[in-house]
Structure formats: C-alpha cells, structure tokens
Design a protein around this ligand. Structure first.
Ligand code: PLP
Length: 354
C-alpha cells in the first residue's frame, strides 16, 4: 500500500523557544489516517494536513471507550539523522492492546513505514535543542454511529506528532511518589497490560489527590491485596535492594514498557543482577528500614528514567538515597539516551533510521 501525501497549504509557525516546549503542547502540520471498515479491512492510508476529525455524536469511542494508543519518539542526532527507538516493540504492543479490545490487528511493518513517512513529511518539526524530541502518538478508535455495546466495525487509525521538550530541563530531579492505598488501576483479567484510554481515565482521581498532597504521581499496588507493587502512573518501576535490581513481573495488570524491557537487557549486559518477580510494598519498606534500599526509579518513553527521591506509604515516608539520583539510575539514563540520540554505538540494534 503506498501512502499518498496531501501537503498543507498553510504551515503553522514552529514553537519559538525549543527550551519551553513542555509535553503535548504543540502538534505538527500533518497527520496519518487509515480506515477500517468491515468487509474491506484496513484501507485508505493517507497523510493529510493536521485538522479536526468529524465524528458522529453516537460514535462508539465516545461512549464505551473502544480506543488504544501508543507512544514513541523520533530523535534528531548531532549529524542530522532521525532515529526511532524500537518501533517494532510499540507496534507489537499496539496489536496486543488491539486483541484485548476487539480491534482488528494492524500490519506492524506497514504501520512503522507510515510513521517513518509522516516523520519525514514533518521532519522540520523535530526539535534540535538538547534533550528535545518528536513524540509520536499512534491511536485507534471505533467510530460506528451506534449506541449499543459491541465491538466497532468501523475504526480510524491515526498518528499525530508533537515536538516535546527535555523532561527535566534542570537535569534529573528525583520525584516524590505517593503509594496509593484506596484506588486501584487494574486487576489480572482486566486491561492493565494494554495502552487504552480507560486505564488513564480510572487513574485521574488518584493522580489528582496525590498532586494536591504535593506528589508527582502515584505508585499503584495490586488490585486484590493492595500488597504487591505494580507501577507508577505512566512508568514501570525498579528498586535497587542490596545491590540487586528488582522490578515487578508482568502478570497481566502492568504495562510492559519498552523502556522497562530495554533497562532489563542493558542491566543484563552489564552483569548487574536483575530480578523480575512479585515485590510487596512491605518488602520495600523492610529493605528501607534495613538500610538496603539504595535506589527507586521509574522508566518510560517520556522521562526515560525518573529517579524517585521520596515514597510516601500511609504515615511512612521513605527518603531514598538522600533525595538524590543514584548510580544505577544515572547509568541507565546515560546508556538509554546515548542510544536514542545516536551518541553511542547501538550494539543492541534497537535504533531505526527514519
Ligand atoms: C506507556 C506506559 C509505560 C511505559 O512504557 P514505555 O514503552 O516504556 O514508554 C508504563 N506504564 C504505563 C501505564 C504506560 O502507559
């Protein structure tokens, strides 16, 4: 399938200050669209000017949330190349989400080609300032005009692009995280392992309450016993205990992050012990009390590595590594960003040229 390109006749001005992009504030001049209609399959791929999408007021995505999405980035290297980081992983995960939400699978290789084409069309939107990148948001939603609960037969696959700033303009600042005891995000058998809007809708309340208490995000515990650690708002979580790195195993309620998988592979390549297993919040607190919890950090595409300086669990406050970034977090951050911006040789074969 070739992808026709309709270029905009009125390009937007680019954001004036690349050091003040923030996250999700600006969108480029074009978007990718493709339709699914029962009987025809996925068809009519096209790159068109960025513009509102008209929906029937009864469109199913607006009522029952049949929607999935992905998030990855394009990075501009010092010698002017554009790199994607493991886009095959994102497209495989999109199909995993699709399967759970009764959305017809997409052709993963074709979707990567579509993303590359779109990024090329809007290449002059990729910011070049240190730590900036072009965030890529693929998403699929059901548009059938039908207020009845069943899988949609008409869907749209879209990709939009957003130039984003360095997540930590002042360097890697450890964040304060609130351990959530009241609300839960997901349970086994639910949709926790997928990237679907509903998971985020259900997280807003806890996030809002944590922010009011001065915390950046929440750490979710398992939905059954409120005992085992799951993940942080939009990041997977790692603990460094007694020289070993521990991260919760993927058991259906946690999102399998591309950054998480990459951290595990990098740690293994360094010979650092890494365990994927259930880890309870009591074990974390006990390790802290025994002075064996040296680092906690989150991993995700947006922030790469986000060191945690404080964990609040009920009345207990765990101040981690004196509120400073730890050695493992810093080393992983440097390794990942080195690969993503093409500053270090890609011995893993993870980067893909646009
Ligand atoms: C996207 C996301 C992550 C991180 O995944 P990456 O592929 O590393 O960006 C972790 N947890 C949740 C809930 C997410 O939505």
């Amino acid at each position: 399938m070739s992808i026709p390109v309709e270029r905009t006749l009125s390009p937007k001005p680019k954001p004036a200050d690349q050091n003040k992009l923030g996250f999700g504030n600006y969108y480029t001049d074009h978007m990718f669209l493709m339709n699914y209609d029962e009987g025809e399959g996925w068809h009519n791929p096209r790159i068109v000017p960025y513009a509102p999408i008209a929906l029937d007021p009864a469109a199913m995505c607006l009522h029952y949330g049949q929607e999935v999405f992905e998030g990855l980035k394009a990075y501009r290297t010092q010698d002017g190349k554009t790199l994607l980081f493991r886009p095959d992983r994102n497209m495989a995960r999109l199909n995993l989400s699709n399967e759970r939400l009764c959305i017809p699978p997409i052709d993963e290789e074709f979707a990567i080609e579509a993303i590359k084409e779109l990024v090329k069309v809007d290449a002059d939107w990729i910011p070049t300032a240190d730590g900036t990148s072009l965030y890529i948001r693929p998403y699929i939603f059901a548009v059938d005009a039908h207020v009845g609960v069943h899988p949609g037969k008409h869907l749209i696959f879209a990709v939009i692009l957003s130039p984003v700033g360095a997540y930590y303009p002042e360097g890697l600042n450890p964040v304060k995280i609130y351990v959530e005891n009241t609300y839960v995000r997901a349970v086994k058998g639910g949709m926790g392992f997928t990237k679907t809007g509903g998971n985020y809708a259900s997280s807003l309340k806890a996030q809002d309450e944590a922010e009011k208490l001065g915390y950046t995000q929440v750490l979710w515990l398992d939905g059954v016993e409120r005992k085992y650690v799951e993940e942080v708002g939009t990041m997977n979580v790692f603990f460094v205990i007694d020289g070993k790195v521990v991260t919760p195993a993927l058991q259906g309620s946690i999102l399998g992050g591309v950054t998480r998988a990459s951290c595990i592979d990098i740690l293994k390549s360094w010979g650092v012990p890494i365990e994927e297993r259930p880890i309870s919040i009591d074990e974390v607190a006990a390790a802290y009390d025994a002075d064996k919890l040296s680092e906690v950090f989150g991993s995700g595409t947006a922030a790469v590595i986000s060191p945690v300086g404080e964990l609040r669990w009920g009345d207990k406050v765990l101040s981690i590594n004196g509120g400073k970034i730890g050695a493992v977090s810093q080393r992983l951050y440097d390794a990942l960003t080195g690969l993503q911006w093409g500053k270090t040789p890609d011995t893993f074969g993870w980067t893909v040229r646009c």
